[in-house]
Design a protein around this ligand. Sequence first.
Ligand SMILES: *Cc1c(COP(=O)(O)O)cnc(C)c1O
Length: 320
Amino acid sequence: MTTPLHYSDVEQAAARIEGAAHRTPVLTSSTFDARAGARVFFKCENYQRMGAFKFRGAYNAIARFTDAQRAAGVLTFSSGNHAQAIALSARLAGIRATIIMPKDAPALKVQATKEYGGEVIFYDRYTENREEIGRRLAEERGMTLIPPYDHPDVICGQGTAAKELFEEAGELDVLLVPLGGGGLLAGSTLAAMGLSPACKVIGVEPEAGNDGQQSLRRGEIVHIGVPDTIADGAMVTHVGEHNFEVIRRRVDDIVTVSDAQLVETMKFFAERMKMVVEPTGCLGAAAALHGVYPVAGKRVGVLISGGNVDLSRFAQLVGA
Ligand SMILES: *Cc1c(COP(=O)(O)O)cnc(C)c1O
């Protein structure tokens, strides 16, 4: 069982992360507006500390640790951005961090995690269960496990990005949110409930892994195999339980975009807005740019979730 989360939990998270997390810019592009036929507000979490919104949830979770938890440290599993977020938040809090990462995680993300002082332990994402490894290590070492999305404090921390967007742009008709395990989507949903109750909240996931869409339609969490997509931040096999509890209550729809549409969107951001956005960070924008979700004539919020992509990989994707 999970306890219901509310907008007030996001407000409390916002107070905790204030001064530690950046208040990221909200940008607009008249070219994008013209193509989408809408007024679009981009919340640019690619400019967040460590390059993605995940700093918000990680910092919020660690900020709530007791002295005993702080003494033993924090442990997590992540294919990238959450790993960096935990490593950086732990360093700021002066506690130890152990991160379980897939062997094939992007080199940039592994390197950054180590640079922030995290101890990295590798696993094989195709044959080993990271949640099991995480639970076993947490028990052996007495460390507190903060998973990448299925945790109330992580969800509420992530919700502070959409909270800031509504505060700056005002009420919106539609909010498009990248979806992996559902931390950002569930948190954004709570923010919309508090600040823009009529706003339609839409999750966007890669076509190759539409488990969220299937779950919303069936009313229960659907598990799939590891999706084959360039959106490495959304390569999850199922949404979290705490996440789905919020998503099923209030998310209006979940749509999917193709890898080709993500690449087109990356190119748009680089060319027109001079921004580096990682493939997963483009999910929400791709849905608006390619008419996957109808936004014509609407005031639309788009969460750009992150910008961490190897430069050579970026060049390879946008250069073709
Ligand atoms: C983790 C991540 C996502 C997905 O977030 P969830 O909370 O797992 O749904 C989207 N974009 C980026 C850049 C991420 O790092």
